[in-house]
Design a protein around this ligand. Sequence first.
Ligand SMILES: [Fe+2]
Ligand SMILES: [Fe+2]
Length: 418
Amino acid sequence: MDYQRNLAQEFLEFVERQPRQSLSQLLSRVLKKSRMLTDAEAGTVFIVRRKRGGASLQAVNVQNDRVRVKAADFEVPVNNKTVSGYVAATGETVIIDDVYNLDASKPYSFNSANEVHNYLSHSMLCFPLKNYANQVIGVVQLINRVGPGDTILPFDPYMAAIVAPVARVIGASIERTDMMDQIRLKNRTLQSRNKQLADQRAHIGNLQEQTEEAFLLSVGLLARAAEIHDEGTGNHIIRTNEYSYFIARHMGLPNNFCNEIRYSAQLHDVGKMSVDQAVLKKKGRLDDSERIEMDQHTTYGHKILCDSPRLQLAAEIALSHHEKWAGGGYPNGIAGTDIPMSARIVQVADIYDALRSERPYKAGFSHEQATDIILKGDDRIDPKEHFDPQLIELFADTHQGFADIWDDLKDAPSQTSS
Ligand SMILES: [Fe+2]
Ligand SMILES: [Fe+2]
């Protein structure tokens, strides 16, 4: 018993000498050690593969000192028809003295077609490898015990007794290694799939980026197209985007809102495209019906924009940027918080920029003058009536930011005179 335990220990140390070895490396050592212990001339080690169609034995390693063999990839079904299949199916150890003279009472036969390269088998020892659950997970088939003078001897039953406990111990080791192999394989598959996914994601990200770029470009072009019949307003629309974004940020409004208003603000006067050209281009005062037509640029703009889900904010800005906090603006005369926040913001941005801008009929105001008018009013603007008081307060604190945007994006002299 002690001898067996020591043997098992030694066997285990032998086969596990190399850490992180692959299954075929491990099985190669199992086969080698089994052959050394039994003086077997040749041998094959199989691993049990369970598939939907039934279990089979896959030859993982073949060793033969007489003929050169490569790791065979033949499979044997797990059933009683072959010796190795029988061992796998029953978990029994089989000793055969002469494979060409089999005991007729046994269910298995010897198929010489399975012989490697005309190698002649005589004696055979075939034993199962089991895991701790006593399941057969592999089979070692040893062939031709070599005696003195190269004679072939039968395997001794004591050899079966030697390998029995060993088989159990290394079974666990094989199972562990096999599992590690499978995990490594699965990891490799996962890694390559992850890489594929990452590539796809990058591709989709690119497409989305391009789509977003195309969207922003066409929004910008639409805003530009709309002002072509308007007086030369240069970078007015772009600056309006930036003041609006600046205000929204300082108010701590959600990121989405800030990003949207940054491209939506420029569309506030897009409805001017639809205004009667004669009215739009008329120099001098508009009469009542002309004024009504001109004020329609708010509803026209809303109509142009409201069908696009991504231009909802732009649509509400276009509609309401001429409403007044105290009421009395157009087109709907709504007041206070009934006016969308986006429109209240763009109103301040629009008016600051209009004050700074040079027009055919007026010079541009300095930042100080424009700030003064927005905070204290003049003959045309009454801040209390026009603006959301919360925004006026914010403007009073942060107006330098408006000056910076103006300076960054102010028009080249040729643009303002166009
Ligand atoms: Fe307007
Ligand atoms: Fe404007």
